[in-house]
Design a protein around this ligand. Sequence first.
Ligand code: 5MM
Length: 354
Amino acid sequence: MTHNGSRQEDGSLEATALAMVAPGKGILAADESVGTMDKRLTPVLDTEPTEEHRRAFRELMFTAQGAEQHISGAILFDETLRQSASDGTPLAQVLSGRGIIPGIKVDTGAKPLAGAPGEKVTEGLDGLRERLEEYREMGARFAKWRGVLAIGDGLPSDLCIAVNAHALARYAALCQEAGIVPIVEPETLMDGEHTVDVSEQVTQRVLRAVFDELARQRVALEGMVLKPNMVLAGYESPQQPDHEEVAERTLRCLRRSVPAAVAGIAFLSGGQSDEAATANLDAINRLAADEGVPWQLSFSYGRALQATPLSLWAGQTAQIQAAQDAYLELARRNATARDGSYDPQQDREFASAA
Ligand code: 5MM
């Protein structure tokens, strides 16, 4: 037993967490719930999305040859964890067979928070202990829970921050008890016109509240991964910071709020373009190499790794290879951003020569 009562032995929570943020690799967030996935599929298909479309796209992503060089783990949705590839191999086994750790999204979504108009709290704690047992048996070695905080007039409220932090910590403690590494994802949304200053202040408030709760609920920081937003300006703000400013503000915010014991940090892309998500990660890692930080700084991207492959595939078998090639290229670029050696110019030349 570890100090927080987990049944894990030999620090294997920590070993899994470190493998998830291993240098040169990142995490594929393929955990869209049915509704979100269908929303992404609808514009690219010429028919209504079905379970088979969702399964086929996940199979395409998980069987891309060579992805394991740049991808350490993949987050699945419940439906996907129960699906198999065309040859009958469970999709989780397809991943683990090539050295990609399977993970599972265990929250059941962000729902309106009573008494707090415009704000949400993430649900899914009821029955979580039992679900974690089942997911572990099905091969999941880590989990994910996302809390969302919107910036607006007087938002986020202290109430919204507190209840989401509490839920994240309850989830994380249950995961560690079950021998599963929790990805703790408090996402401050970048929708709106807010300045980068506001974004930095709010992200810091949120992270401090989350780490207070994690400490109170005895979560072992060495056995978890933090998945935060980068500090950006609101997408509708007329004043956008450059990559260097994003890096400076993001690292300052993390240093002021994230304990050094945390195994690693894997940023979400949060609706940035593929290129912006990579360039920002690259700038963050370049600055971190100069200044020194105690954590690995990785990625756990959903849209930034999947949007282009999805639109290339568009449900066409003949397009599978093209979609897989695009995914590999995006994974490779983000892997280079892990050590600050991403070269967008070279990538543009490569793309126009191809
Ligand atoms: C992949 O999208 C996840 C959300 O799905 P639901 O809204 O259907 O629950 C999301 O949690 C995602 O894992 C993170 O936000 C990171 O994804 P992005 O696209 O922001 O990198």
